[in-house]
Design a protein around this ligand. Structure first.
Ligand SMILES: [Fe+2]
Length: 300
């Protein structure tokens, strides 16, 4: 695969200051005003002032100039204007107005976390010792950006842009929601495009070491401000990932996640179109109505 990572996002919000503070609490490090880094992924989030909350831009890392050339040709086939430079390409996705940038970047390698030995019926991996998960309070920090979910008033057109022109692959689809789970790496999804009454940012998701890290980080956020809680803990049915969603002060959801499916062999993975009315979770608390239809988006 020539696309290899979701590199960064730019979010616009009416009042950046409290939103920046939220993402610092969330575990990102602000290295300059509005520029936030994850532990492994570098500068992956920019927060800028804009009249409405929304996703302004996303960038994708690619291997070489041939990848830029293929995307440029695909965009031209769709009639989308494209700016092509030696090391980057930019185009605007017409249905949502999101600026999409492809740029030559080295691949990301991550150091794995220590394995937490889990006991189970008939399988004892930890004897005569307490779990490392309850000893001390290791910091639970987002390792990198995992994915972003974008509402589009024309999800078919957005899907066409990202798949046919940019080069994302389709991992799964939920036709009833006009939803396509798309990847630009071996992650099951880096971008989910779903139908919405207007372009909107549903959530960003950040990869954690394991489910204990998801729980510790979300519990810490909620202890500071219980109104941040949205939905969790649960495990998604599509992508298999554990989730816990919080809400930032602008109304964007932010997900701690781990154990997302990995698609290393495109031929081995079978994309599925789910017809289930509620494919959202294999298990978890009841899904809040505001998660399915964010209040400010429904009001318009
Ligand atoms: Fe998610």
């Amino acid at each position: 695969m020539s696309l290899h990572r979701l590199a960064s996002l730019t979010i616009g919000v009416p009042e950046p200051v409290p939103v920046r503070a939220f993402y610092r609490d969330f575990g990102l490090v602000e290295t300059a005003p509005g520029r936030l880094e994850s532990a492994d992924g570098g500068a992956q989030l920019r927060i800028e002032a804009s009249p409405r909350r929304g996703l302004l831009a996303l960038s994708v890392g690619v291997d070489d100039g041939d990848d830029l050339g293929r995307a440029a040709a695909g965009l031209q086939r769709l009639g989308v204007p494209v700016q092509l430079r030696p090391r980057a390409l930019e185009a605007v996705e017409p249905a949502t107005g999101v600026r999409v940038r492809l740029e030559l970047q080295p691949r990301l390698t991550q150091k794995p976390p220590p394995l937490i030995p889990l006991n189970a019926p008939g399988r004892t991996l930890r004897e005569d010792a307490r779990s490392p998960a309850v000893l001390g309070s290791p910091s639970a920090l987002p390792r990198r950006l995992s994915h972003v979910v974008l509402g589009s008033p024309d999800s078919a057109a957005s899907r066409r842009f990202f798949v046919e022109a940019i080069g994302f692959r389709v991992s799964d689809e939920v036709p009833a929601m006009g939803a396509s789970f798309l990847r630009c790496s071996t992650d099951h999804h880096n971008l989910l495009v779903q139908s919405g009454p207007a372009p909107f940012l549903h959530h960003t998701a950040w990869e954690m070491d394991d489910v204990d890290a998801v729980g510790r980080a979300a519990a810490r956020m909620i202890a500071a401000d219980a109104s941040r809680h949205v939905w969790g803990l649960g495990r998604h049915g599509i992508g298999s990932n554990f989730f816990w969603y919080l809400r930032d002060p602008a109304g964007n959801f932010a997900e701690y996640t781990c154990d997302l499916d990995v698609i290393a062999d495109d031929e081995a993975w079978k994309a599925a179109a789910s017809g289930s009315a509620h494919p959202l979770a294999a298990w978890g608390p009841p899904v809040p109505r505001s998660f399915l239809a964010p209040d400010d988006i429904v009001r318009g």
